[in-house]
Design a protein around this ligand. Sequence first.
Ligand code: SF4
Length: 324
Amino acid sequence: MEIKGQTMTELPPLTLYLAAPRGFCAGVDRAIKIVELALEKWGAPVYVRHEIVHNKYVVDGLRAKGAVFVEELDDCPLDRPVIFSAHGVPKSVPAAAQAREMLYVDATCPLVSKVHIEAERHHANGLQMVMIGHEGHPETIGTMGQLPDGEVLLVETPEDVAKLDVRDPEKLAFITQTTLSVDDTAGIVAALKARFPAIIGPHKEDICYATTNRQEAVKAIAPKIDALLVIGAPNSSNSQRLVEVGRAKGCAYSQLVQRATEIDWRALAGITSVGITAGASAPEELVNEVIDAFRARYAVTVELVETAKERVEFKVPRVLRETA
Ligand code: SF4
């Protein structure tokens, strides 16, 4: 554009639809606080078994403050505190820590602990459990590890339900991972109920409020947008589900990006609208970084699409509250 002899490059217009709620949930917030307070109380290093939450930016930040991330209890010295991640751990892990007289703090999200308690209650009533979840995910490993081997059978798809070999079809209950796709899970629950009419389940699946709300917000923006960017880590289950929900609701270009440097600008050529959300373990700094990257290339208008308000907060364990 030519203005009185001055040349200005006009940026193409773009609308960014910002999903709300997005990003940190109460369980992630609490888990990060637990590590920070533990560092304050006991000094560095504090050991953390598994990534405290599935986000490299968060983990790197805590590492810089003195947290040491390990995969197994065996990798922790006996004389330093160890924290268990928000995803939960099999019962054998705190049992081993106790046997070694280690100081440990459990950062398992209270909503995951609720599922553990549910599984134990059904087990005490003589029921075998079916868990809907993703094989190998730490939350699934932790929840299945609340009961003896063989007491929790894992299904990932409706097809898996057809293959289940149960002890007694009249004595079954189901539980779910907290970060599943609401819609896909409904299909698996329907298959379970069709094959095992006596199966008992939670009133609402165990999918947590944060997972549900973030998926609802994506459903609201998906019809309006040319592309969806989900800020999150590849090993973050709830972030991956947001990508799938975007695609299922008609936004063919739905991509996970860890941060702005991963945006494929060529793939976005010619678009006029983009949806942005963030998984439950992705901090708002990364959302702002992505918005700034768009502002550098487009004349951006931001529209907030809010489908729910969240006011959930979880307290940190008493041992750390005394420090705070
Ligand atoms: S996603 Fe849900 S279950 Fe997982 S940590 Fe957050 S609130 Fe807890």
